[in-house]
Write a protein that binds this ligand. Structure first.
Ligand SMILES: [Fe+2]
Length: 323
């Protein structure tokens, strides 16, 4: 059941990684189309999308907890959420401080942790969408691009971070903290498999996706970036492929969230996804339970076993999707 805490979240601001091969990770991020931004600390490599979403990466160091990703190896160190105002930051500090660390740093960023041990941070949102020419499409009987070629992209230029996916032992259990303590909403669910959640009633279909993983423990699975259109998914993917980076899945089209996608293996401990045309929802959106049938899951072979039927996640308002 959704618990409205009144927190005004905006989305994922920054994803912090620690990796075993920092040079390779930086090469991948640049090839992906992110802009490198020199950081005050030379050990921290900072990359940005067009709207200011950030990826921070440091060399992993098992002796330093701040540089040890959850699950070990290369992976996620901290997930930074954006909020609209200072009042939300303070309310989050009060809520989380009841039973866990909730500390502001010198920059006014609040740091805490979820029930799985994933480091979380919260800051006033810095992302800012910039305008661009919206792609026009021709459909039978509905031509909207006359005497103009469709856009073609030699490289992708990701506009913003869309969502983070994390493999866990029990997605239902993992989602409870986000629903009950942060007020996140369930957007859809793969029955027995995974839960898609958004941080605010209106906006992106999902900002975080927890899915039952084959390997025990909690581990970064993938990070998705929004690009302008399907042409940019294809152009970006072909560019990565030409550079020798390996496809993880795609190009394809998701059943849930409607996105066209292309995933690549990365040096970040999971894959990165170009995504276009994802569903945008409001409070009126009705969550659905998608049945665990093979043709739906063919897109989700991501190192995860077929459903074992153990997920008992909350989705009280869902409708069953007939296969
Ligand atoms: Fe995704």
């Amino acid at each position: 059941m959704a618990v409205d805490k009144g927190f005004r979240f905006t989305g994922v601001e920054c994803v912090k990684f620690a990796v075993e091969d920092l040079a390779e990770a930086c090469r991948f991020a640049a090839d992906w189309g992110l802009s490198y931004v020199p950081a005050a600390n030379p050990e921290v490599k900072l990359f940005r999308t067009v709207d200011g979403s950030e990826v921070e990466v440091v060399a992993a160091d098992p002796a330093d907890p701040r540089r040890t990703p959850i699950g070990g190896g290369s992976g996620l160190c901290e997930l930074v959420w954006g909020v609209e105002d200072q009042a939300t930051l303070q309310a989050l500090a009060d809520e989380l401080g009841k039973d866990r660390r909730a500390e502001f740093d010198a920059e006014g960023v609040l740091h805490s942790v979820d029930d799985l041990g994933i480091n979380l941070a919260f800051r006033i949102a810095q992302r800012k969408a910039l305008p661009y020419d919206v792609t026009r499409y021709n459909a039978p009987g509905n031509a909207d691009r006359i005497n103009r070629r469709a856009p073609a992209y030699k490289v992708a230029k990701p506009r913003e971070i869309s969502h983070v996916a994390i493999g866990v032992d029990d997605a239902g259990q993992a989602s409870r903290f986000y629903i009950e303590r942060l007020g996140f909403l369930i957007s859809d669910r793969y029955a027995d498999r995974g839960i898609f959640m958004r941080c605010s009633p209106a906006g992106n279909h999902h900002h975080v996706f927890f899915m039952n993983a084959r390997v025990p423990g909690t581990r970064f699975n993938h990070l998705a970036f929004k690009v302008r259109d399907i042409h940019e998914v294809i152009g970006g993917g072909q560019h990565l492929d030409a550079l020798g980076w390996k496809t993880f899945a795609g190009p394809g089209r998701h059943t849930i969230s409607s996105a066209c996608f292309w995933y690549f293996q990365t040096p970040f401990g999971g894959s990165w996804e170009y995504a276009a045309d994802e569903d945008i929802v409001t409070a009126e959106w009705e969550a659905q339970d998608f049945a665990a049938v093979a043709h739906i899951f063919s897109e989700w072979t991501f190192g995860l076993e077929k459903s074992d039927g153990t997920l008992k996640g909350p989705i009280s308002a869902s409708k069953e999707q007939k296969p």
